[in-house]
Design a protein around this ligand. Structure first.
Ligand code: PMP
Length: 375
């Protein structure tokens, strides 16, 4: 039977209690949300919603074509200019997702004969970028600039190092200064994914790269998603103008993909402008993360100290993590759950979002539910 092998895999997953299920979210959910990536609570902000609605009214429901044909509106150009300025880069290029932006950056900047040095904890989209790139990938230990330096030193030709700025599983920050130094010493480029840094880290949420003083350097390229702190959808690559111009000509996920929907562009632009006007939003998310970590630890839970707005709680086993998240849900709390095969063996986590708009009462309630349901 065609696809017969699927049944075997499916059975094994069900028996292990690790089958994934889709649960449609309700518009007015009674659940307390610590699972979404809406770090600043902007996804439903009236200005962001109006940004999406008015863009759709003006430009239509879709981009109508790839960016190089009909899919670039004046709004796309505006977003690219404002994103680049906000994050301190010369230029930006918007993609239909952060995933597509990462595939673009890595594949277009790692040609045949080049070396790609990739952190072992990188997001799946960077890993897939490495897999698709023509260059050779060397995976190095997590957050280890010395290992990056050694790998670069052993290679003669063009090279890039690739890292998340904030890692999605444990919310820990990459050693950006050390990575940049290692790259500069060997004439290599640095590609960093600031998906979890934009809107949270750096002055007024201008991102971890700007926060580390690396924005605008000729050897540094950053990627971002518009779908987390900006509450919209889409992604972007930020970097020197000559690198961005190269992506327009070489990045397959730019050339062959339909442009980002105008509504998403309008929402992201509105969120970006809001963040520019209200820079305290970023600090609030960081403060909620610190409080959440402190309260979880005080309750005897094994929480990882957060560097941004991702707060991770260690779970005893994959099955334990799945059950724990389900029990939280039954008690009115929505949390994320990371477990193999999404993450390496031995790493299972409840993953909490320290949304800047959470109240003290909501933080206490979340900690109580997580403590009461612990496996
Ligand atoms: N990079 C990281 C670190 C992420 O966490 C995500 C989202 N899960 C992405 C990239 C992909 O971004 P998007 O959801 O916009 O495709």
């Amino acid at each position: 039977m065609a696809f017969g092998w699927i049944d075997e895999q499916d059975r094994a997953r069900r028996e292990a209690g690790l089958a994934r299920v889709l649960r449609p979210r309700q518009a007015a959910s009674p659940l307390l949300d610590l699972a979404s990536n809406d770090y600043l609570g902007l996804a439903r902000h009236p200005e962001v919603v109006e940004g999406a609605a008015s863009a759709a009214r003006t430009w239509g429901g879709g981009a109508t074509g790839s960016r190089l044909v009909t899919g670039t509106t004046a709004l796309h150009a505006e977003l690219e200019r404002e994103l680049a300025d906000f994050c301190g880069f010369e230029a930006a290029l918007v993609f239909s997702s952060g995933y597509a932006a990462n595939l673009a950056a890595v594949t277009a900047l790692a040609p045949h004969g080049s070396l790609v040095v990739s952190d072992a904890g990188n997001h799946a989209s960077l890993i897939d970028g490495c897999r698709l790139a023509r260059g050779t990938t060397q995976v190095v230990g997590h957050a280890d600039p010395d290992a990056v330096r050694k790998a670069l030193a052993a290679h003669g030709g063009p090279a890039v190092a690739v890292s998340d700025t904030v890692f999605s599983v444990d919310g820990d920050a990459a050693p950006l200064a050390g990575l940049a130094e290692a790259c500069r010493a060997h004439g290599a480029g640095l590609i960093v994914d600031d998906a979890h840094g934009l809107g949270v880290l750096g002055d007024g949420g201008r991102g971890a790269v700007r926060g580390a003083g690396l924005a605008g350097r000729e050897d540094v390229v950053a990627t971002v998603t518009l779908s987390k702190s900006l509450g919209a959808q889409g992604g972007a690559v930020l970097g020197p103008a000559r690198v961005i111009a190269h992506l327009v000509n070489a990045a397959r996920t730019f050339i062959f993909d339909t442009g980002l929907a105008p509504a998403a562009v309008g929402a992201a632009l509105a969120a970006l402008r809001l963040l520019g006007r209200e820079p305290e939003r970023a600090a609030r998310a960081r403060a909620v993360a610190a409080t959440l970590h402190e309260r979880l630890t005080a309750a005897g839970l094994d929480a990882v100290r957060p560097d941004a707005a991702v707060v991770s709680v260690r779970a005893p086993s994959p099955e334990g993590a799945v059950r724990w998240a389900a029990d939280c849900r039954a008690a009115g709390l929505s949390v994320g759950c990371f477990r193999p095969p999404s993450v390496p063996d031995g790493i299972s986590r409840l993953r909490l979002t320290a949304r800047g708009d959470l109240s003290g009462e909501q933080i206490e309630r979340a900690v109580r539910v997580i403590g009461d349901t612990r496996p």
